[in-house]
Design a protein around this ligand. Structure first.
Ligand SMILES: C[S@@+](CC[C@H](N)C(=O)[O-])C[C@H]1O[C@@H](n2cnc3c(N)ncnc32)[C@H](O)[C@@H]1O
Length: 266
């Protein structure tokens, strides 16, 4: 593997999560009706966190794909016996997914896009749409810059992490990648990022395998530095079938705009 950061994830035993971690997964699960009949593809699955947690929460069948063989080997080791019959990982390229059209009920995509050349990202989203069933869900969580970071910071981040980010990676940019496709946005949340304090960083590093802890101190310094400029969104889109005369309400929701006054979870 040529990317030092990605290889350090594998060596560290780190749990590599989407922005928002468990909160995001639960938001996706609730808002896209994932259940035991669902078939989920996770694009850029790294060491398997999203697929494994979705399988644990819902009983769904999950397949994770990542271009990196060592990540796939680790993801396979992370499968526990309770979900083993429903979770699998395989090597593959997000730009050319090894699956038939209209196969999955849900596709999770996002985490790998910062690692892809900007002019290729939209094609990867279109490829994910290809393997999604009509009326299936695309689940996305992506960090974006809420205010412009210093260019030197973005350069350092790209060099050390292997991303291809630029300081104009705003909400409009990342959201815009999904515009103009046969998708309907079902729900969206936005979150601020609050960099971790010393205690949290320490707790995080202590979970890593010993020989990788020094490298991770440095990665976490960089993440916290970058985190000062970050927010993220969580979204669920649906794939609109390519057929005439489908019943759809336009504008969505009808004449009134509504805002939630309160929700109570019991
Ligand atoms: C930050 S991790 C994503 C972790 C988690 N799945 C998430 O969404 O937050 C990015 C992963 O994308 C993978 N990746 C990068 N380019 C890829 C490609 N062309 N096809 C598939 N996976 C790719 C990397 O190997 C890495 O494991």
């Amino acid at each position: 593997m040529s990317n030092t950061y990605l290889s350090s994830i594998v060596k560290s035993g780190q749990v590599n999560t989407p922005p928002g971690s468990y909160l995001t997964i639960k938001e996706w699960v609730r808002n896209s009706f994932i259940g035991a009949q669902s078939t989920i593809l996770e694009v850029g699955c790294s060491t398997g966190f999203i697929s494994i947690e979705i399988a644990r929460y819902t009983g769904a069948t999950c397949i994770g794909v990542d271009v990196d063989e060592a990540s796939i080997a680790t993801a396979r080791r992370n499968i526990d016996r309770h979900i083993a019959s429903r979770v699998s990982f395989q090597q593959g390229d997000a730009g050319s997914l090894p699956f038939a059209d209209n196969l999955f009920s849900h596709v999770v995509i996002g985490g790998h896009l910062p690692f892809i050349q900007p002019d290729e990202r939209r094609r990867h989203i279109i490829e994910a749409l290809r393997v999604l069933k009509p009326w299936g869900y695309i689940l996305v969580a992506l960090y974006y810059y809420h205010s412009p970071p210093p260019p030197e910071l973005v350069d350092e981040f790209n060099t050390k992490i292997g991303t291809k980010l630029s300081s104009d990676g705003t909400r409009t940019y990342w959201s815009g990648l999904f515009n103009g496709l046969p998708l309907t946005l079902e729900c969206e949340s936005e979150y601020n990022v609050l960099p971790g304090d010393k205690k949290r960083v320490q707790q995080y590093v202590e979970q890593m395998h010993l020989e990788t802890q020094n490298d991770w101190q440095e990665y976490l310094r960089l993440f916290n530095e970058n985190g000062r400029f970050l927010s993220y969104f969580v979204k669920a889109y649906r794939k609109i079938p390519n057929e005439p005369n489908l019943m759809l309400q336009i504008p969505r929701g009808g004449i009134y705009n509504v805002r939630r006054k309160s929700t109570r979870d019991f």
